[in-house]
Write a protein that binds this ligand. Structure first.
Ligand SMILES: CC(C)(COP(=O)(O)OP(=O)(O)OC[C@H]1O[C@@H](n2cnc3c(N)ncnc32)[C@H](O)[C@@H]1OP(=O)(O)O)[C@@H](O)C(=O)NCCC(=O)NCCS
Length: 373
């Protein structure tokens, strides 16, 4: 029997990581509401929660912080690839390529035990922001900024981008945005990671698949498209008319709609409040004001709600990221989730191999080449 197009409604894995209630608009990681984690937690703490199943003690959190901050440096060959392709490659292509290359020298590449996956997971999670920021600086003709081991993961991300320690609100905004995107059930990139891991391929192979899958505009690419839209609109009083015209032409508004949520994506209001606070602090309230009008118009005209990407776009923009770095930030955020899923998959593996419904011609005799029309 044929399942729905796009596997909608099909349960294809068991997970103890995140629970989404699409009807009520709720999301939790290992039983903790995303609202509480966004309020009280940090990137490192949520990484620990996903990988080890429980919130860390203070000593465990310090250890996770140390583990991550000590592994941020890239192998010289990875830096060489970045230098070689910095000007030509898009950031997502660069990230996918460097992650793939990092497997070459990884001491655990041939092992997929829980312990070796955790060691590789630390290295990958720690190094992704180094890849993004080194590429960004190299393509602008600047030298990469070495990581500062004294800074937490997200503060260091901004530090490697700008070369100065970030304001507390900026570092916290990135921290919260990255927590909110860390896991989300069997989304397309996580599914890709699990399918790859399900063949017993290694973690780098799975994360490479996931990065490739995240790139598309129906998934991680939407946050970039949101900012393009905000800049195209440019002024608050043009926003409502712009949305009306797009919807009339049956175009999709980036950052709206969701396969699972039938109501508001619970991550969106948290990011909305961050976008507002950051905009105020930086004296750049226009993007938030345009966004609010778009949200109101989408609701009125098509009962559409914003998803995680909508307000994330203006948050990233205000933090000084170029627009084509938005999807890479999403990848850096989702990577610990992918890694947790690969560990789950490897723990109790069964090859993921669904069936297909054949719709081609019936079986027929082979025609020799000189008898073909
Ligand atoms: C996320 C997304 C791919 C989900 O798609 P889906 O589950 O396949 O839902 P559909 O595309 O079938 O949409 C269902 C209906 O809502 C409409 N819709 C969904 N998202 C819309 C959007 N962003 N803008 C305008 N209309 C939208 C569709 O046009 C369709 O309307 P119809 O029944 O009148 O034809 C889709 O909402 C989308 O393309 N959003 C924009 C990209 C985006 O923000 N992606 C990030 C997701 S986190």
């Amino acid at each position: 029997m044929f399942a729905k197009e796009g596997l909608e409604g099909v349960v294809a894995a068991r997970t103890g990581l995140s629970l989404i209630d699409g009807e009520k608009g709720r999301l939790s990681y290992r039983g903790y509401s995303i609202h509480e984690l966004a309020e009280h937690s940090s990137f490192e703490e949520v990484v620990h929660l996903l990988w080890y199943g429980e919130l860390p003690t203070r000593a465990q959190l310090d250890q996770t912080r140390r583990d991550l901050s000590s592994q941020r440096g890239l192998h010289a060959d990875a830096v060489e690839i970045l230098r070689r392709f910095a000007r030509d490659a898009s950031p997502m292509d660069m990230m996918r390529t460097v992650v793939s290359a990092l497997a070459i020298h990884d001491p655990d590449v041939h092992e997929s035990t829980r312990e070796s996956n955790l060691r590789k997971g630390i290295r990958l999670t720690a190094q992704l922001p180094t890849i993004v920021t080194a590429h960004e600086r190299l393509r602008k003709g600047k030298d990469p900024i070495p990581p500062d081991p004294g800074l937490d993961h997200c503060a260091n991300y901004l530090y490697m981008l700008h070369g100065r320690k970030p304001e507390a609100l900026s570092a916290r905004a990135l921290d919260v945005a990255m927590i909110l995107q860390m896991d989300h059930g069997l989304n397309a990139s996580t599914f890709a990671a699990r399918v790859t891991a399900g063949t017993l391929a290694d973690l780098h192979a799975a994360v490479t698949s996931a990065i490739g899958t995240l790139k598309g505009p129906l998934h991680g690419g939407a946050n970039h498209d949101v900012m393009v839209m905000l800049r195209t609109i440019g002024e608050v009083d043009r926003a409502a008319e712009f949305v009306r015209m797009e919807l009339l032409q049956k175009k999709k508004i980036p950052g709206f709609g969701h396969r699972v949520y039938r109501t508001m994506d619970p991550r969106a209001p948290i990011l909305r409040s961050l976008a507002e606070r950051l905009g105020k602090q930086m004296g750049q309230e226009k993007w938030f004001q345009i966004s609010v009008v778009i949200e109101k118009t989408c609701k009125e005209l098509k009962n559409l709600n914003p998803n995680v990407d909508f307000y994330a776009a203006s948050v990233y923009y205000l933090l000084g990221f170029e627009m084509d770095l938005f999807t890479p930030i999403f990848a850096c955020s989702r990577a610990p989730g992918w890694i947790a899923h690969v560990i789950e998959q490897h723990t109790d593996n069964r090859l993921i191999r669904p069936l297909e419904e054949y719709i081609g011609p019936p079986e027929r005799p082979y025609v020799p080449i000189d008898k073909r029309a």
